[in-house]
Design a protein around this ligand. Structure first.
Ligand code: ATP
Ligand code: MG
Length: 405
């Protein structure tokens, strides 16, 4: 008996809801699938009647390719599927081999026809193939909560049969929605915020503020480790490391303690915005969540926003700490985020920050600062680090496709 060689069948959801832009979104998705799997040996990535098919090289490890696919934004699900001619006998043949030696208390068949001229309806296929499985395995049909679902997708030229379809991240392919600049601290929240924007199709540029030489360089190492992890979702990343200690020192000299957190944040926003403009990023992203800490009240968020001339996006605004932490664990950023570190904002930060900075109060405390000079100090001192995934891949041609959103 020949060994069954699967292909990877990729389903997308939200991408298919796009009307005029669908071909462009799909091109982004196909290109990202190619990049994500470039070092694990797919032969060919092709679009096929509402799904994407990845043909595997003889030496590719199917599950490894599938797992890479499951980290591509825009992917609703992926499965190792077996291609057969579109006859019921051929379908039965492969199903028999797939269920052989497996035990499952319940199952269902989910048959779909990509074209309606196929002689059997999906209901008829479900019945016939379901009865066939029951003749082989001691199991029972459960349409609602099956332990195993056998998908049968009949396309014009052939049929794909798969077991164990796995859910992907969903969302939109990275690159389809433009570029944003994320303010990345070493904490738990901002990496999750950056990832949320990737999932909405954004390419993320990272900006980290550190206090070297006033504090050790731990925060930079954390930022690098976090960006490295997140690059698995966008294939190429850039990280600006901005020296902030001197700027904070000057702020401390003229701004009273309770007002400093908002003033620090406004300086970060201005510097990040200047760097974002250099690389064509259209918005900023922070990990703020309403009410989580003193700087995250509505009044202070308003005071922070007022320093920006581009949108400041806060994808975590309505999430609580447990939800954010769960997501950080799923992403694999949590362990890095909780490593001990003296945050740059804990240096020179008072115990009781003002939770309600009015616009007038903010302007008054900033009056003594030479803001353009401080912004220039940050941007000119910034250093740039680049990351790519898979590590061996050549640096991606980031701007090769136009934004479609
Ligand atoms: P996080 O878990 O992301 O550190 P936080 O709960 O500590 O967030 P804050 O310290 O108020 O909250 O920071 C709010 C946001 O400001 C962060 O999510 C991040 O986007 C940005 N930020 C704070 N510190 C820095 C930094 N050193 N470098 C870059 N961005 C920062
Ligand atoms: Mg923090």
């Amino acid at each position: 008996m020949t060994r069954l060689r699967p292909v990877v069948v990729v389903h997308y959801h939200e991408v298919s809801l796009k009307r005029g832009n669908r071909p462009l979104f799909l091109r982004h998705l196909v290109r990202n699938l190619e990049r994500a799997t470039s070092d694990v040996g797919p032969a060919r990535v092709q679009q096929l009647s509402g799904r994407i098919l990845i043909d595997l090289d003889a030496n590719a490890e199917p599950a490894v390719v599938r797992d890479r696919v499951l980290r591509v934004c825009g992917v609703a699900s992926a499965a190792l599927a077996y291609r057969v001619p579109s006859t019921i006998d051929a379908m039965k043949g492969v199903i028999a081999r797939l269920v052989e030696g497996r035990e499952f208390p319940t199952f269902r068949i989910t048959a779909r026809r990509a074209f309606k001229t196929y002689p059997l309806s999906s209901v008829e296929m479900n019945r016939e193939l379901g009865a066939f499985v029951l003749s082989l395995v001691k199991s029972r049909v459960d349409l609602e909560h099956p332990a195993v679902t056998i998908h049968v997708e009949v396309l014009p030229a052939e049929t794909f049969v798969s077991l164990d379809r796995v859910t992907g991240p969903g969302g939109l392919p990275v690159g389809a929605s433009g570029t944003v600049a994320a303010l990345l601290s070493g904490g738990i929240d901002s990496p999750v915020a950056a990832w949320r924007m990737m999932k909405r199709g954004c390419k993320v540029l990272f900006v980290h503020f550190h206090s070297v030489p006033y504090l050790p360089d731990v925060s930079q190492h954390k930022a690098r480790a976090l960006v490295e992890r997140l690059t698995e979702w966008q294939y190429a990343s850039r990280l600006f490391l901005v020296p902030f200690g001197e700027i904070q020192r000057e702020i401390v000299l003229s701004v009273p303690g309770p007002a400093r957190v908002v003033v620090y944040r406004r300086m970060m926003i201005r510097i990040a915005e200047a760097l974002a403009r250099q690389v064509g990023a259209q918005a900023l992203v922070t990990g703020e969540s309403l009410g989580q800490v003193a700087s995250q009240t509505l009044q202070n968020i308003a005071a922070i926003d007022e320093a920006a001339t581009v949108p400041v996006l806060r994808p975590l605004i309505g999430m609580d700490k447990l939800e954010i932490t769960d997501e950080a664990r799923r992403l694999g950023t949590f362990e890095t985020s909780i490593e001990p570190d003296a945050d740059c904002c804990t240096l020179f930060t008072p115990k009781h920050p003002n939770t309600r900075m009015s616009p007038e109060a903010t302007q008054a405390v900033e009056a003594a600062l030479d803001i353009p000079r401080l912004v220039a100090l940050g941007t000119s001192g910034a250093t740039l680090a680049s990351f790519s995934f898979p590590a061996a891949a050549p640096a991606g041609d980031d701007e090769a496709l136009p934004d479609s959103a």
